[in-house]
Design a protein around this ligand. Structure first.
Ligand SMILES: Cc1cc2nc3c(=O)[nH]c(=O)nc-3n(C[C@H](O)[C@H](O)[C@H](O)COP(=O)(O)OP(=O)(O)OC[C@H]3O[C@@H](n4cnc5c(N)ncnc54)[C@H](O)[C@@H]3O)c2cc1C
Ligand code: FES
Ligand code: FES
Length: 493
């Protein structure tokens, strides 16, 4: 067993044997290294000012992962090379991304600039398939906010710097970095601290299962994109942390004939193309899931296990009929994902049990799917309402409906009255479809909160379902009475 967190800085190993379990990477950099180029803006994963890049070997390839250091634990850097804005210039020569920011006037007050530079540095080293157009640059900076420059000069800088061959010092030393990173990858369990305060990172599912059984009060951490905020916003002391990111096999994706099986630590970035292969709406949903840095760290297992009523993947996976695998000690069990969510803050997870995987059925030829997210911003925003609709259609008739919502109840939840009302209807029966859409008022009594009022949520939920029905029925939304009428207006039906 290894007793110290180990990562590389500027090619040299850093070993932390005394670090507090919940030390964030940003605090390590700014307070211990005094590397203050990396900024703290929001301390909640929203603004991107704290972006750093972790260089790792993933699937045999060197990957450059842009992450928010404010909500990433220092221990989560284990096995990587931590690259910050201070490291980019080669002597007196600015990095091509930095030079392009200067040339395009991409900075005013400069507070956001290190974060943008690091996000674009991630793009600079993205595989050639991500060779950027404007949309790709937008996507890479979707987790960064600027309050004074405006985005056009920054996007122009990204396009200029990230087009053409890569020729920086990091490309040049990639072989050496690969060797140094391989030396850190010892495959041992990591345990720093003692019995009452520790940061642990088991290397196998068996080690995880026995450690969590011994310490069921420990906090499991996938990407820490939720847990990180408990530390930075709620100022909680988390004495026992088990990070899942080193567990071999827990990040596996198995693409089978009829299903795709996602291990709990599959990140949203890694899941994205696979979910998109099931349906393009799932791809669009992942595109709108947070921003690049949060997707790079956050995991599918965390999005399910946190039990949030406004998580984006649970409604989509419930509508698709996903099955959850849980493990406690040596005992593995499965249950329909929808049965996992019992009440607000309460899930069907026993003490010492962890989410191991989720199996997602692919669509059959007679099934149609829509996932529609309503949020105030396109990027980096949690849903006010999230609708997922799967219809089994025979001829022009709805043989079965599976509809789940986020943001409409205390848990992600099926709309059973609406499903029943839709079953048997023709897609060419606008009056019947209208009436079924209004049944959502029976399924849900949404709450008022800062994201949306109850009235807005219900009207939004009805409009999203109407849009889904119109699209699946093959009508443009303007052609249909369903989408044309004011959602929620019973007299219009
Ligand atoms: C800026 C920002 C934007 C966001 N936008 C979105 C969004 O658009 N849509 C959305 O749905 N969410 C969003 N989130 C929330 C968050 O990113 C997701 O919920 C994410 O999937 C959490 O995954 P994680 O691995 O980071 O979880 P963590 O923070 O590591 O853990 C979350 C919870 O799950 C538990 N846990 C983690 N893994 C397991 C496991 N395998 N077994 C048992 N328990 C486990 C943890 O103990 C904790 O209780 C956003 C967050 C931020 C900071
Ligand atoms: S400081 Fe804003 S995302 Fe980290
Ligand atoms: S340059 Fe001031 S916030 Fe971006």
């Amino acid at each position: 067993m290894r007793r110290e967190i180990a990562f590389l800085r500027r090619g040299q190993p850093v070993r932390l044997s005394q670090a507090a379990p919940s030390l964030t990477l940003l605090d390590y950099l700014r307070l211990e290294e005094r590397a203050t180029g990396t900024k703290e803006g929001c301390a909640e994963g929203d603004c991107g000012a704290c972006t750093v890049v972790l260089r790792r070997v993933v699937g045999g390839e060197v990957a450059y992962q842009a992450v928010n250091s404010c909500i990433l634990l220092a221990g989560q850097a284990d096995g990587s090379e931590v690259i910050t804005v201070e490291d980019l210039a080669d002597g007196d020569r600015l990095h091509p991304v930095q030079q392009a920011m200067v040339d395009h006037h991409g900075s005013q007050c400069g507070f956001c600039t290190p974060g943008f530079v690091m996000a674009l540095f991630g793009l600079y080293h993205a595989p050639p398939s991500a060779s950027p157009d404007r949309d790709a640059v937008h996507e890479w900076i979707s987790g960064n906010l600027c309050r004074c420059t405006g985005y056009r000069p920054i996007v122009d800088a990204g396009l200029t710097a990230c087009t053409g061959a890569r020729s920086d010092q990091f490309s040049a030393n990639e072989a050496a970095a690969r060797t140094a990173l391989a030396a850190l990858d010892d495959g041992e369990d990591l345990f720093v601290g003692g019995d009452t305060r520790f940061f642990a990172a088991p290397a196998s599912i068996a080690s995880l299962a026995s450690l969590y059984l011994a310490h069921p009060d420990a906090v499991l951490v996938g990407g820490a994109t939720d847990v990180g905020l408990w530390i930075t916003k709620q100022l909680r002391d988390l004495p026992k942390i088990i990070w899942l990111g080193r567990v071999r096999g827990l990040d596996a994706i198995e693409d089978m004939d009829a299903t795709i099986n996602f291990g709990a630590t599959v990140t949203h970035e890694a899941a994205w193309p696979h979910l998109a292969s099931i349906d393009s709406d799932l791809g669009e949903l992942m595109r709108r899931f947070a921003g690049r840095q949060v997707r790079t760290a956050g995991t599918i297992g965390g999005n399910i296990a946190n039990g949030s009523p406004i998580g984006d993947t649970p409604p989509a996976l419930i509508a698709l009929g996903a099955t959850l695998t849980l493990q406690k000690g040596d005992t593995v069990r499965t249950l329909p994902l929808e049965d996992f969510f019992i009440a607000y803050g309460k899930q069907a997870r026993h003490q010492g049990e962890f989410v191991r995987a989720v199996e997602v059925p692919k669509l059959k030829p007679n099934e149609s799917f829509r996932a529609l997210k309503l949020a105030k911003r396109y990027d980096q925003d949690i849903s006010a309402v999230m609708a997922a609709v799967k219809l089994t259609v025979e001829g022009r008739h709805i043989a079965e409906a599976s509809i789940a919502y986020g943001g409409m109840a205390a848990t992600p939840k099926r709309a059973s009255a609406t499903e029943a009302a839709l079953t048997g209807l023709s897609l060419d029966d606008p009056t019947g479809l209208d009436a079924a859409v209004l049944r959502l008022a029976e399924d849900f009594s949404p709450i008022d909160d800062m994201r949306a009022s109850a009235k807005y949520r219900l009207a939004g939920a009805q409009a999203l379902l109407a849009k889904a029905l119109a699209e699946i029925g093959g009508m443009s939304s303007t052609e249909t009475r369903v989408f044309g009428r004011r959602a929620g207006d019973a007299t219009a039906a």
